[in-house]
Design a protein around this ligand. Structure first.
Ligand code: GLU
Length: 451
């Protein structure tokens, strides 16, 4: 049977469970403690709300909103809010779960959470988007708060959205110090300028350091390396500039309308201006057009999926030609695709590591707001670099230890991967999740099971 004929489960919540089940055998003291594993995996709180919103034409449209607190074991919930047509309960649960692992891995004192409103922002006016945001914030009520659950931007939400969320929450909590209730706010409203490009900057530091410490045989720097980027939103666009400035050739970028290619390297700043003027990268003068899938399958050194989930799947993983995949998006690669890439010797820096820069800078913004201080940008960027480099080292070291110690875990590992014929060794995703899950486990056991 060919790989493409095999059905693959693309439900994101079940994907997070598959990834978790692969990590559990390696998380000492957890394997065999089935109850503790389930405690760490199951979301703590799930909220679904109906949002009646008056549209510009006078009609009332019902939107659905979601907020999931996956875990508050290590601290208050933290995670973005996305406005996207596919936002639904299983997607939000999965994204909240990844936030828990992400926060633990980069060691920020938060648990994981996520929110979403099912809507297409391309079809909303700015006033309608504001009303959706305010109604959603009001519906969340005291589910969110500076010490309970702290939202931030995600797909199709930004600093302006956070300003509306902050304002709405403040109206409901007058006289309180509310700035730390959301992060990713405008600079004039307690935000940090570095927050905007922080996800991309984190991905850049992780990649650069991974190469510098020998993560990819024969490649020790970005200089002259070819890079292809799927997605030209906040993460993809900033990543293009950062990798380009480090001497890499950004040979291809794409957005939801298609992709462009230039083997000599695109002028990424000019591509950004072109996108601002026309709404798409497609048609950038001097570039060749690529179909959307073409970016993922292009021959290059580094492929950066920076768009949405389930992009590298059982259908196309065998055609990926990069040597290294850097997940700037959340969940772009399925477990079956992980196996295919691993089998083909393609390394992958997983989302919970590679895109954690956003939440790291969110943490700095939150701490700055709690202290009522204004932090220097240069200090923030330097602290981000140090934290991302440290997390990269921890993951690489753990992966080496897991592979070397595999025999001790062989039986548990074979059990965890029995649905997959291909996977032979724990990859960097499993190593990252083992580190994160163990940190959550330690905190859970220190706190104890109450009552
Ligand atoms: N939405 C971002 C993420 O997926 C950032 C979350 C945050 O800053 O809290 O990591």
């Amino acid at each position: 049977m060919s790989a493409t004929a095999v059905a693959e489960d693309l439900n994101l919540h079940r994907i997070t469970r598959q990834q978790f089940d692969r990590a559990v055998p390696f998380a000492d003291d957890l394997h065999g403690w089935r109850g503790i594993a389930d405690w760490l995996f199951e979301p703590e709180h799930i909220m679904e709300v109906t949002l009646p919103v008056r549209m510009d034409d006078g009609f009332v449209h019902m939107f659905r909103g979601y907020r999931v607190l996956h875990s508050a074991i290590r601290g208050p919930g933290k995670g973005g809010v996305r406005f996207h047509p596919s936002a639904g309960i299983d997607e939000v649960k999965a994204l909240a779960t990844w936030m828990s692992w992400k926060c633990a891995l980069v060691d920020v004192p938060f648990g994981g959470a996520k929110g979403g409103v099912a809507c297409d922002t391309h079809r909303l006016s700015a006033r309608e988007k504001e009303r959706v945001t305010r109604r959603f914030t009001a519906a969340l009520g005291d589910t969110i708060g500076p010490h309970t659950d702290i939202p931030a931007p995600d797909l199709y939400t930004d600093a302006q959205t956070m300003a509306w969320m902050y304002d709405t929450y403040s109206m409901m909590h007058p006289g309180e110090a509310n700035l730390p209730v959301v992060t990713g706010k405008p600079v004039e409203l307690g935000g940090l300028a570095a927050r905007d490009g922080a996800t991309a900057r984190g991905a850049f530091y992780v990649t650069d350091h991974f190469l510098a410490i020998g993560g990819l045989a024969g490649v020790d720097s970005l200089d002259g390396r070819t890079v292809a980027i799927q997605g030209f939103g906040s993460a993809g666009r900033h990543a293009a500039g950062l990798f380009r400035d480090a001497g890499a050739l950004v040979v291809a970028v794409s957005d939801s309308r298609g992709g462009i290619y230039d083997p000599a390297g695109l002028n990424v700043r000019a591509v950004g201006r072109f996108k601002d003027e026309t709404g798409t990268v497609v048609g950038f003068p001097g570039s060749e057009s690529l179909p959307q899938a073409g970016v993922l399958e292009l021959e290059c050194d580094i492929l950066i999926p920076a768009a949405i989930e389930n992009q590298i799947t059982i259908r196309n993983a065998s055609r990926v030609q990069a040597r290294l995949v850097v997940e700037a998006a959340n969940g772009p690669t399925t477990p079956a695709a992980d196996d295919i890439l691993a089998e083909r010797g393609i390394k992958l820096l997983p989302d919970v590591l590679a895109n954690a820069g956003g939440v790291v800078v969110s943490y700095f913004e939150w701490a700055q707001n709690i202290e009522n201080q204004k932090w220097e940008e240069a200090d923030v960027v330097e602290k981000l670099r140090t934290r991302m480099q440290r997390a990269t080292e921890v993951v690489l070291t753990r992966r080496t230890a897991l592979v070397e110690g595999l025999d001790g875990y062989r039986e548990a590992w074979e059990e965890a991967t029995k649905s997959s014929a291909l996977v032979a060794r724990p990859d960097l995703r499993t190593a990252a999740q083992v580190v994160a899950i163990q940190r959550c486990r330690t905190a859970a056991l220190q706190r104890g099971v109450w009552p």
